[in-house]
Write a protein that binds this ligand. Structure first.
Ligand SMILES: Cc1cc2nc3c(=O)[nH]c(=O)nc-3n(C[C@H](O)[C@H](O)[C@H](O)COP(=O)(O)OP(=O)(O)OC[C@H]3O[C@@H](n4cnc5c(N)ncnc54)[C@H](O)[C@@H]3O)c2cc1C
Length: 411
């Protein structure tokens, strides 16, 4: 006989979308069970603590202006550590500072004549910074590269600054991502800070889950199919429920719902963590490769952003490789070391490689604006970053939206 359990609502997936959905349902006094296939909550947001280092699974940041993150998260409790608003760009064998002219006017002025774009480009960046560009007026099918060209940015500015900067955000450096994501990213970078929780990105899902009843979260519980009014688990168990919310990543969501194409393309990234005896840069700033040579796209000394990320006396350097061919190279760490030695001197060759994460399904590739309704069928809902511009904010907002739709349909 089949083992059957009865629940009001089943949420499939305990990434930030599923957790946000659960939070909203809890606030409405509804009973639910959250089934998570892996052995932890957080989905693509994970931090591993290893020998005193805090290693996020892929370099990832929170933009404090994200509206849904502001609404749902307690930033003070996350003890956010903020980045310098700007970047150091490697070009012509030197580092050049590109600063937010409104928050650091002196640095902004100093950088106005550096070779990372023309003076006119800097004025355009300042204009974009105050929301002067309305990227949303472009056709959503337009790629980011075309949009930047259409707005008059020079080839030098695009190659030296936007390609590595946006490449690191989109996790693809051809800049084919829809202009809608460019608009989204520029808006939230301009309106707030770029930050990480002092103890790592996993503090975000941890905080979301803290108020949920422990018994409502079932880890290592993979849902294999959606049944008429319920779900079937990998172990054959059926959980009967009036409503089901699919909060998985793209691909898994289509497979479970039977709607849409499950062969979703994803952007990938490789992240290497090094331990260094001294910090190559002792400020909390993003370093960009503006030279279009070598595997590194961007680098940050994470322990300069948050000292809790490394044990005393050591420094944690995070390196992101966005180009898929470079990331797949079997000698990736050697190539990265060569570039580090070129940038910071031969001592960098001796930095200890703590770990390499190749993340093939980091964010869905988005060449067009995805707009998905939270309602899939009667009693069946969806949420996740694939429901809009893939980001933490969209994942959170879509979780709340799926819960709201369910509460409206079943008051
Ligand atoms: C390297 C990297 C860098 C990023 N950088 C940023 C950044 O700087 N800023 C930003 O805003 N966003 C960034 N993102 C994107 C952001 O992390 C994601 O958009 C967000 O975490 C997605 O959350 P989600 O809940 O939609 O999906 P997920 O986190 O993928 O959660 C889905 C969950 O469903 C579970 N699941 C799947 N199938 C089943 C099943 N059959 N049964 C049960 N459970 C199942 C999975 O195990 C997973 O836990 C980055 C992502 C990565 C990977």
């Amino acid at each position: 006989m089949e083992n059957r359990a009865q629940q009001d609502i089943v949420i499939i997936g305990a990434g930030v979308a599923g957790l946000a959905c659960a939070r909203r349902l809890l606030a409405a006094g509804r009973r639910f069970v959250l089934c998570e296939a892996s052995d932890r909550i957080g989905g693509r947001v994970a931090t591993e603590v290893c020998d005193g280092y805090r290693l996020d699974r892929g370099f990832q940041v929170l933009l404090t202006a994200y509206p849904e993150a502001r609404r749902l998260l307690d930033y003070d409790a996350l003890d956010l550590r903020r980045f310098y608003p700007g970047a150091l760009v490697r070009h012509g064998g030197k580092w050049h500072r590109v600063a937010d002219p409104f928050r650091h006017p002196i640095d902004g002025l100093r950088g106005a004549f550096n070779p990372i774009g023309s003076f006119a480009d800097k004025l355009r960046v300042a204009w974009a910074r105050i929301g002067g560009f309305d990227f949303s007026r472009h056709d959503p099918g337009l790629g980011t590269l075309e949009a930047l060209r259409a707005e008059g940015f020079s080839a030098a500015m695009i190659e030296r600054f936007f390609r590595p900067f946006l490449g690191g955000v989109f996790l693809e450096n051809r800049l084919e991502t829809t202009v809608c994501k460019l608009d989204f990213v520029m808006r939230y970078f301009a309106r707030g800070d770029t930050a990480i929780p002092a103890l790592g990105m996993a503090e975000i899902p941890r905080q979301l889950a803290a108020s949920l009843p422990a018994a409502a979260i079932r880890l290592q519980t993979r849902v294999t199919s959606i049944e008429d009014r319920g779900v079937r688990l990998e172990n054959g168990e059926i959980i009967a429920a009036r409503s089901v919310v699919i909060a998985t990543e793209a691909g898994a969501a289509e497979r479970l719902s039977g709607q849409g194409d499950p062969h979703v393309a994803f952007n990938s990234v490789a992240c290497l963590y090094f331990s260094a005896p001294s910090a190559p840069v002792d400020e909390p700033i993003l370093l960009l490769n503006g030279e279009s040579a070598g595997p590194i796209n961007n680098l940050t000394v994470l322990s300069a952003v948050s000292p809790d990320h490394a044990p005393p006396g050591r420094h944690l350097v995070s390196v992101s490789v966005v180009d898929p061919e470079a990331a797949a190279a079997p000698d990736l760490d050697e190539r990265v070391r060569r570039q580090l030695a070129d940038w910071f001197g031969t001592d960098a060759r001796g930095w200890e490689l703590l770990r390499t994460d190749r993340i093939p399904r980091a964010v869905p590739s988005q060449r067009v604006l995805p707009e998905k309704s939270p309602r899939l069928a009667e009693g069946l809902y969806q949420c996740g970053d694939h429901c809009g511009i893939a980001s933490l904010n969209t994942a959170l907002a879509s979780g709340t939206a799926a819960a709201e739709a369910l509460l409206e349909d079943y008051p």
